[in-house]
Design a protein around this ligand. Structure first.
Ligand SMILES: Nc1ncnc2c1ncn2[C@@H]1O[C@H](COP(=O)(O)OP(=O)(O)O)[C@@H](O)[C@H]1O
Ligand SMILES: [Mg+2]
Length: 281
């Protein structure tokens, strides 16, 4: 389906397809496990190296690291836009390569920095998250996610027509639509890639709140640029050139010497506006 064509996560060489024995598990608990995952867009240039971690329903794992450290690539691997070169990615203990792609993508909601939408009204873009959902359910899902104000505030509210590729809406507004869709969907795992730097502070705050609401009964992976947004995560992974160099809670990581503490102190005194950024090399 056109909707699944997230060009942001595709390359010429990507050849992801169902194996003939691909199956649809009867349920999804939302337990993701990466075991020794390595990947490179070119075999000679690893982008993700020996990454292992687990993510369970009700948990939020945050991924931080400099631009180019491999965060978006990891997100794309989890939703199986690529397969690892080494290692395995498991969902509920089963290798994702054994699972029917269509089923997998309906259980893992990946919200990229610049989501692509359909040429259709906003509410229909949300309704796509669940078969048979209508305008009313879509608006309820947006309210449940806490993005109602932003979407209702569009020129024609939920009836605003999205142009081809969704470009009438800003990246942040499109992420709001994608979060509302995830709220409506059966997804047990939600992966939110960092809002692009063009997103204003209020929209970003709302996106983070929406993720928190989604995370209550799902497994959530949050890719973050601002360290402030990861303070409450159950586990923070610090990625450096494709490798996890530190892992722990915010307080654990602050008490250790290492990248996280350096980044935290380098970003200066905290401000209530949350305008500080993870300074990158
Ligand atoms: N589709 C792609 N094809 C080739 N190289 C890519 C592609 N996407 C990302 N890369 C490269 O992989 C590395 C990691 O990128 P990315 O995962 O986007 O990092 P981050 O999200 O942490 O900024 C970078 O060197 C980037 O240039
Ligand atoms: Mg990225």
């Amino acid at each position: 389906m056109a909707f699944e064509r997230l060009d942001e996560y595709r390359s010429e060489t990507s050849a992801i397809a169902d194996v003939t024995t691909a199956l649809e598990p009867p349920e999804c608990r939302g337990h993701v496990e990466l075991r020794g995952v390595s990947f490179g867009y070119l075999p000679s240039q690893p982008v993700v190296a020996d990454v292992s971690f687990e993510l369970r329903r009700g948990e939020t794992v945050a991924l931080v690291g400099a631009t180019g450290s491999g965060k978006s690539t990891l997100a794309a691997l989890i939703a199986r836009f690529y397969d690892p070169c080494l290692g395995r990615i498991l969902l509920d203990g089963r290798d994702v390569r054994e699972i029917r792609l269509r089923w997998l993508r309906s259980r893992i909601a990946l919200i990229p920095q610049e989501p692509q939408l359909f040429h259709a009204p906003v509410w229909q873009n949300i309704a796509y998250g669940r078969e048979g959902a209508g305008r009313k359910e879509s608006i309820q899902a947006a309210a449940a996610a806490g993005v109602d104000e932003i979407l209702a505030g569009l020129p024609n509210g939920y009836d605003t027509n999205v142009s081809e590729r969704g470009l009438t809406l800003s990246g942040g507004q499109r992420q709001c639509v994608a979060l509302a869709r995830a709220m409506l969907s059966e997804a047990a795992v939600v992966v939110l890639d960092e809002p692009s730097s063009s997103v204003d502070a209020l929209t970003e705050q709302r996106l983070m709140n929406a993720l928190r609401r989604l995370a209550r009964n799902r497994a959530a992976l949050l890719i973050a640029h601002r360290l402030e947004t990861v303070v409450t995560a159950d586990l923070i992974l610090v990625l450096d050139r494709g490798r996890i160099v530190q892992r722990g809670s915010h307080s654990q990581l602050l008490s250790q010497t290492g990248t996280y503490r350096e980044l935290w102190h380098a970003s200066g005194p905290r401000e209530a506006s949350g305008s500080l950024r993870l300074v990158v090399s």
